[in-house]
Design a protein. Structure first.
Lengths: 249, 376
C-alpha cells in the first residue's frame, strides 16, 4: 500500500517544523515529502512531488496560500493554516474547505487527519466555490490607493485617502490634501476611472472630491451649489449634471 | 486577507447645511415686513406733522420708499448669495429704491392733488425719508448678517465639540485594539511551541521578549503617555521576536542616542511604522530584507525614521491604512505642526520619516489627543 504524502508550506521555519512534528505524532504513516517557505516554491513543490495533501499557510510571500490553492486546484487535497483570518475562515466554512488555526492544537488536528483519511480515496475537490466566496473582497481592492508624487529629487507617496480634492489644471491634475498640493500627470478623466467610485465623486468637469472630506454644501441659489471641506479652506462648484449625487434637484 | 484593517474613522459623515444672513424663511420675511410697516407708519406721522400734508399722502410716500428699498435690497442680496451682505447692493437698493418709490408716489400725488412733478420741497422730504429708511435697511441687513454668522459659528463649534468627543472615544478604543495584533500573538505562540522542545534557550528568549512587549503595551493602555526609551523597548522586543521567527529573512538595527531615552513620545507613532515595515514590507517579500530604525534630534525637532527593503507599496497594499492612521496621529499629537513623509527606498522598500516639533507636550500621547483641531 502506498503511503499518503504531504507537503507543508509556511514562511516561518519553526512553525513549519512544529507542523511537521505534530503531524508525525498524529499520523505516523503520512510521508512529509517537502516543505516550502514561499508561494512560488510551494507551487513548484506540488508540481514536482505530486503530494496527496498540501498544508498551506495563507500569509506567505510571493503568492498567498490562497493563490497557490487556485493554481493547483484539483491536484491535491488542501488544508489551509492561518493564525487569524476571520474573513478567510468564514469563506472556508461556507465552501466546506478544511482549515486549521495556529497554533495548531493536537486534538483539532486529529479531527482533520481523520477527515483527510476518509477523503483520500476520492479525487481532490475543486476549490472554485471558495474563490467565488472570496472574490467579492478582492474586487474592492482594485482601486487606486497610492499616488506617487515628486518633490525635488524625492519620490513621495500620498494615500488617495488623504486627498481631499482632485482638480484639473491645464494638462495636469492637482491633488489637494489637507496640508499640501501635488501635481500629478494623470489626467482627471483617467484618474476617475482608477478611483473608488464610492469614495470619490466627480462634481464638476474639473473636479473630483473625496466624499468623506466634505463638510457641507452651500446652495447659494437653485443653480449654484458649492462643496466645502472639513479641513481645507476651499470651495468647489457642483455642476448641474452632478446634482443627483447629492440628491439635489 | 484577515480582519486587521485598522481604520480609524477620522472624519465624520458629510453634513449638508445652509448658512446665510438673508435666508429668512416665512417667519423672517413676515417679521421684516412688520418692521418695514412700523417704520413707514412712524415716518408718515412724523412727515405729516413736519410738512403739514395729509397723513394719507405721507403714508403713501413712506410705504413706497420703505418697501422698495427693503425688498430691492433683499432681492439684490439674495442674488449674490447668503452671507454676502455688503455695501454695494445695500447702497444700490437705497438709491434705486428711493428714486423708484419717490417717482411712483409723486406720480400718484400729482394726479390726485395736482401741482408740478418736480417740487423741491416734496422731493427734499422724500430724500429725507429715503435716508431714514436707508439707515434702517442697512442696519437691518448688517445686523442679520452678523447674527447669522454668530449662529453659524456656534453651530460649528458645538459640532466640532461633538466630533472631538466621538474621536476621543474611537481613538481610545482603537488604541486598545491596536496594542496586540492577533497574527503576531498566535504566530509567536506557534514558534514558542516548536522551540520549547527543539531549542529551549530560544523559546525562553522569545517568551521574555513577548513579556516585555506585552508589559509595555498593557502599561501604556492605562497610562496614556510613554517615553522614547519605553517605545524602543517595545520595538526592540518586537523585532527580536520577528527575527527569530523569520530566521534569515529579517535583519534589523536600531540607532538612537542614549540621552534621548527619557524624552516624552506619544505612543503609536514609531511602533506601527516598524510593525508595518515588517508585516507588509518584509514578511510579504521572498527572501526578506532589513529594517533600520533611526531616531535623531536636531535643534527643534525629533526625527523618527523607519527604513525597510521590503516590497514597498503596492496599489492594494494594506500598509496604507496603517500609515494613513499614523499620519493622522502625527497631526493630532503635534497640533498640525509635525510632518510625515513616505518615500520610495532605493532600490526597493519604503522610508517613512516623522518629524515632531520640540518640546513634546506631556499630554500629547493620551488617546484623547486623537481628536483633531479644525481650521480656525
Amino acid at each position: 500500500v502506498r503511503r499518503p504524502s504531504a507537503i507543508i508550506v509556511d514562511d516561518e521555519p519553526h512553525a513549519l517544523n512544529f507542523m511537521k512534528a505534530e503531524l508525525a505524532a498524529r499520523w505516523p504513516e503520512l510521508a512529509i515529502v517537502g516543505g516550502a517557505l514561499d508561494g512560488p516554491a510551494a507551487v513548484d513543490l506540488i508540481e514536482s512531488h505530486r503530494p496527496d495533501i498540501a498544508f498551506l499557510d495563507i500569509q506567505i510571500p510571493g503568492l498567498t496560500g490562497l493563490e497557490v490553492a487556485r493554481r493547483i486546484s484539483g491536484r491535491c487535497h488542501i488544508v489551509f493554516v492561518t493564525a487569524h483570518d476571520e474573513y478567510a475562515v468564514q469563506a472556508f466554512e461556507r465552501a466546506a474547505v478544511d482549515y486549521l488555526l495556529k497554533p495548531v492544537d493536537g486534538t483539532r488536528l486529529a479531527v482533520t487527519v481523520a477527515r483527510l483519511k476518509s477523503r483520500l480515496a476520492a479525487p481532490p475537490p475543486d476549490v472554485a466555490a471558495l474563490f467565488r466566496a472570496l472574490e467579492e473582497r478582492s474586487k474592492s481592492r482594485q482601486y487606486l490607493q497610492w499616488l506617487t508624487v515628486q518633490r525635488g529629487e524625492r519620490l513621495l507617496l500620498v494615500a488617495t485617502e488623504e486627498v481631499v480634492l482632485f482638480e484639473a489644471s491645464h494638462k495636469y491634475t492637482l491633488a489637494v490634501t489637507r496640508d499640501d498640493e501635488w501635481v500629478i500627470r494623470t489626467p482627471l478623466q483617467e484618474l476617475e476611472e482608477q478611483l473608488d467610485p464610492a469614495r470619490f465623486w466627480r462634481v464638476h468637469r474639473n473636479a473630483i472630491v473625496r466624499v468623506g472630506a466634505i463638510a457641507y454644501l452651500n446652495r447659494v441659489d437653485p443653480r449654484h451649489v458649492f462643496v466645502h471641506f472639513q479641513h481645507l479652506e476651499r470651495e468647489v462648484r457642483v455642476s448641474r449634471a452632478f446634482f443627483h449625487r447629492f440628491k439635489l434637484q | 486577507l484577515g480582519g486587521d484593517d485598522e481604520t480609524i474613522l477620522l472624519e465624520p459623515r458629510p453634513r449638508v447645511r445652509q448658512l446665510g444672513a438673508l435666508e429668512l424663511g416665512v417667519g423672517g420675511v413676515a417679521r421684516a415686513q412688520v418692521i418695514v410697516l412700523g417704520v413707514s407708519m412712524f415716518a408718515a406721522v412724523f412727515f405729516a406733522v413736519a410738512t403739514a400734508r395729509p397723513l394719507v399722502v405721507t403714508l403713501v410716500y413712506s410705504l413706497a420708499i420703505g418697501n422698495f428699498t427693503f425688498w430691492l435690497g433683499f432681492v439684490l442680496h439674495r442674488r449674490r448669495g447668503p452671507r454676502a451682505v455688503s455695501w454695494k447692493p445695500t447702497a444700490l437698493a437705497i438709491v434705486a429704491g428711493g428714486f423708484l418709490a419717490t417717482g411712483l408716489a409723486r406720480t400718484w400725488d400729482v394726479r390726485r392733488h395736482g401741482g408740478p412733478f418736480f417740487e423741491p420741497r416734496v422731493l427734499g422730504t422724500s430724500l429725507a425719508g429715503t435716508v431714514l429708511f436707508g439707515a434702517v435697511v442697512a442696519y437691518y441687513f448688517f445686523a442679520q448678517a452678523k447674527l447669522a454668522e454668530r449662529e453659524a459659528t456656534l453651530r460649528e463649534e458645538s459640532l466640532r465639540r461633538l466630533e472631538q468627543q466621538q474621536l476621543r472615544t474611537e481613538a481610545e478604543l482603537k488604541l486598545l485594539q491596536a496594542q496586540i495584533e492577533p497574527h503576531f500573538l498566535f504566530n509567536t505562540m506557534t514558534n514558542v511551541l516548536q522551540l520549547v522542545d527543539a531549542e529551549p534557550g530560544a523559546a525562553k528568549r522569545m517568551l521574555l521578549n513577548l513579556t516585555s512587549y506585552l508589559r509595555v503595551s498593557l502599561h501604556r493602555t492605562r497610562a496614556g503617555a510613554t517615553t522614547l526609551g519605553e517605545e524602543l523597548t517595545l520595538v526592540r522586543a518586537y523585532l527580536a521576536i520577528q527575527a527569530e521567527r523569520m530566521g534569515a529573512r529579517l535583519s534589523y538595527r536600531i540607532e538612537c542616542p542614549e540621552e534621548l531615552g527619557g524624552m516624552l513620545l506619544p505612543p503609536l507613532l514609531l511602533q506601527p511604522l516598524v510593525e508595518n515595515a515588517v508585516r507588509h514590507g518584509l514578511e510579504a517579500k521572498q527572501g526578506g530584507g532589513d529594517v533600520a530604525v533611526r531616531v535623531t534630534r536636531d535643534t527643534d525637532r525629533l526625527l523618527l525614521e523607519v527604513q525597510d527593503t521590503g516590497v514597498g507599496l503596492a496599489q492594494d497594499s494594506r500598509a496604507g491604512v496603517g500609515l494613513t492612521n499614523v499620519r493622522a496621529r502625527v497631526r493630532a499629537v503635534s497640533q498640525g505642526r509635525g510632518s510625515m513623509t513616505i518615500e520610495h527606498n532605493e532600490p526597493h522598500g519604503l522610508c517613512v520619516c516623522i518629524a515632531l516639533p520640540l518640546p513634546i507636550a506631556a499630554g500629547a500621547g493620551r488617546a484623547g489627543a486623537g481628536a483633531e483641531r479644525g481650521p480656525p
